[in-house]
Design a protein. Structure first.
Lengths: 329, 124
């Protein structure tokens, strides 16, 4: 599960290719144009490396942090089968983080640095996980709709240009196919249940809709870097396009269950074939991503404590003679 | 101040809210092992990725958890990344073969033509 990496268009340099060797750059771009993958030791523009590290690292952090709101309901899952499924899903998410950390490592950032940047708050992760899973129905909405959004994103990115990231995403997408089914099953069970169960799932959906609309990030079609990042196949679709794809696939399924969405303007425009909606509150998005959300502090504190509590074991196991080389994958 | 959470596991952990942060040092996460998995008997082991581990026994355990959660695996090998020698992509011209090395192509052996000609010649 994942949220789109957030790139602040104001922060970036004026050009992504400034100072690059034009000959090597042309060779690099031609390789991507031919549909070939870039492998770890290949020459690559500094900004290609930087954007990919940031993107894959944020993706990895999102898997780790995302398992926290979902894990909230493991101890109280209704029934043993759902409990087993939820534990398996959470284990998958943590496993996906490992695959992604490895992919990011091949670009030269150590796992220790990535974990340090996560728990110090320097690195970001998907904003949706800064919201609480208040009831069991929240965990159902997360497993269905957040994972659905993640799959839209991950399928697009798995066609990108960086070999190790694509390979990790292929495995991730294959494993996540059960997550979506499991989430849909849970939502349908509640939506077709008693009036109290319906009320519960409607309430969760209403609360999660704004974060879901934030999920793909602010519009970036006017970003000066989008064109370059798309040519490099770092970015495979604009945030708006992915949001549209998600709405097109899932709003009809939500309405089909007789559930409502808290946006009176949400409807498919028959002329353009696109979905109209009220522009999400991007100030709220920025406030939460910068630490002001309801669960930011808790998420990082839990992660930090896990590192602290495990440190003595790792220290006891570490041999002085060990050396680190970048993994090959 | 303790973190108060919706998650009973977090409450049980009694986590302090603090600004201080642990900093992981180099090698805290150990070195890496490359993982090779065999999907069924009779086929080659194939590289599937890597794991961080303190020793090779733990590497096998992690590899199993990481790369064999959905079955489709009957055997795993792990090897320290640092023990692997590789070629470089930039030297990939070492794999180029010359056009004139047709003696390695089965198609370059035209015995039937010769047999046919021989038969034509001797039958006259």
């Amino acid at each position: 599960m994942y949220g789109n990496a957030y790139i602040d268009p104001k922060k970036a340099n004026s050009s992504l290719v400034e100072g690059e060797n034009p000959e090597k750059l042309a060779e690099f771009e031609a390789r991507i144009l031919r549909g070939e993958k870039i492998e770890p030791k290949d020459w690559m523009p500094a900004m290609y490396r930087k954007q990919l590290v940031r993107m894959i690292e944020q993706h990895a952090h999102s898997e780790i942090i995302g398992s926290l709101p979902e894990g909230t309901w493991i101890t109280r899952a209704p029934g043993f089968r759902r409990k087993l499924a939820l534990m398996a899903k959470v284990q998958d998410e943590v496993g996906h983080a490992q695959l992604l950390y490895n992919a990011a490592e091949t670009l030269g950032k150590s796992r220790e640095d990535m974990i340090n940047d996560l728990i110090s708050g320097k690195s970001k992760y998907s904003n949706v996980f800064n919201y609480p899973a208040k009831t069991w129905a929240d965990s159902a909405i997360i497993a269905w709709l957040i994972d659905a959004g993640a799959i839209v994103n991950q399928l697009a990115n798995s066609r990108g240009s960086y070999g190790p990231y694509c390979r990790a995403l292929e495995r991730i997408c294959a494993e996540e196919s059960f997550h979506l089914k499991y989430g849909h099953d849970n939502v349908v069970f509640l939506a077709t249940g008693t009036s109290k169960q319906r009320e519960m799932v409607q309430d969760a959906l209403t609360r999660w809709w704004p974060p879901i609309m934030h999920f793909f990030g602010p519009s970036d079609k006017d970003s000066i870097h989008s064109e370059t990042l798309m040519r490099w196949k770092v970015k495979m679709a604009s945030n708006d396009d992915m949001r549209q794809q998600f709405l097109n696939m899932y709003v009809p399924k939500i309405w089909d269950l007789g559930l409502t969405l808290p946006d009176p303007n949400l409807k498919k425009n028959e002329e353009t074939g696109k979905w109209d909606y009220t522009e999400p509150d991007w100030e709220e998005f920025k406030r939460v991503i910068n630490g002001g959300g309801p669960c930011n502090a808790e998420r990082l504190a839990v992660r930090r404590t896990a590192e602290e509590n495990g440190q003595w074991v790792r220290k006891a196991l570490l041999k002085e003679t060990e050396t680190y080389v970048t993994p090959l994958s | 101040m303790k973190i108060v959470s919706l998650d009973p596991r977090v409450n049980r952990s009694s986590i302090n809210q603090t600004e201080e942060s642990v900093v992981l040092k180099k090698l805290d996460q150990f070195q890496t092992y490359e993982v090779f998995a065999q999907t069924k008997r009779g086929v080659h082991h194939v590289h599937v990725g890597s794991v961080h581990a303190a020793n090779k026994k733990i590497a096998v355990l992690f590899a199993k958890e990481q790369y064999a959660r959905r079955g489709e695996c009957v055997n795993i090998w792990v090897v320290k990344t640092s023990d692997i020698a590789t070629t470089e992509y930039e030297d990939s011209d070492i794999f180029d073969t010359l056009d004139e090395k047709t003696h390695r192509n089965p198609e370059s052996y035209k015995v039937l033509d010769r047999i046919k000609k021989y038969k034509e010649r001797t039958s006259k």
